[in-house]
Design a protein around this ligand. Structure first.
Ligand SMILES: NC(=O)c1ccc[n+]([C@@H]2O[C@H](COP(=O)([O-])OP(=O)(O)OC[C@H]3O[C@@H](n4cnc5c(N)ncnc54)[C@H](O)[C@@H]3O)[C@@H](O)[C@H]2O)c1
Length: 196
């Protein structure tokens, strides 16, 4: 079967790409002809995937650290010269908890990864996505739309990118981008995937 090259020449950044849904996204873009630069806190997993898949570059990093995301974007630009798409995938679902069992500290940590990491990468990538008329894909969750019992904090972190970022950052992007032909922003909401 002929190789699919829909994204030939395109450069895509994926967060949390070492395993699970993020690794599947990295594979899918490589299969479609893209160059993929991905980051993850899991360095061993990231290096293994980078070795397995030509067309990928792994850059160790934590999405809660703005400096790591700056390195991710600047390394991508110095290697490839442009950026066409960012996929905000890094995130986690804490164990099931009753609302009264949750803690502000746990909620803060979850917000740092699931929400602020997404915000920070969007902010850093926007100037380059404007130039390329690129895309933003945020991996939200079905439960961000419909809710989930014993997941008060997680649902909030997955609801906000859909609603808040869409209605504020998203609208700002559209206003700035549409005249320049910016393509789109997307929130994908997986249901349940048995990732490790
Ligand atoms: N698996 C599901 O059923 C499901 C459903 C809906 C949404 N999601 C969302 O999809 C995304 C991926 O989920 P998954 O199931 O593949 O998870 P996973 O735990 O299998 O993989 C997540 C990856 O992100 C990395 N990561 C976590 N925190 C990070 C950080 N601070 N900086 C950099 N990398 C970090 C991890 O090391 C890991 O490689 C998450 O945002 C999750 O909320 C998953």
């Amino acid at each position: 079967m002929a190789a699919v090259t829909r994204y030939s020449g395109k450069v895509v950044v994926v967060t949390g790409g070492s395993r699970g849904i993020g690794a599947a996204i990295v594979r899918a873009f490589v299969d479609s002809g893209a160059q993929v630069v991905f980051c993850d806190k899991d360095e061993a997993g990231g290096r293994a995937l980078e070795q397995e898949l030509s067309g990928t570059v792994f850059i160790p990093g934590d999405v809660t650290q703005e400096r790591d995301l700056q390195t991710l974007v600047s390394e991508t630009l110095s290697r490839f010269g442009h950026l066409d798409c960012v996929v905000n995938n890094a995130g986690y679902h804490p164990p099931a908890q009753l609302p009264e069992e949750t803690s502000a500290q746990g909620f803060r940590q979850l917000l740092e990864v699931n929400l602020l990491g997404t915000y920070t990468l969007i902010k850093l990538a926007l100037p380059h996505l404007r130039k390329s008329r690129g895309n933003i894909i945020n991996i939200s969750s079905l439960v961000g739309a419909i809710g989930q019992s014993q997941a008060l904090t997680y649902v909030a972190t997955k609801h906000l990118p859909r609603k808040h970022l869409d209605s504020t950052v998203g609208r700002a992007c559209s206003l700035n981008f549409r005249p320049q032909g910016h393509h789109s922003r997307r929130h994908l909401g997986p249901a349940s995937a048995p990732t490790p």
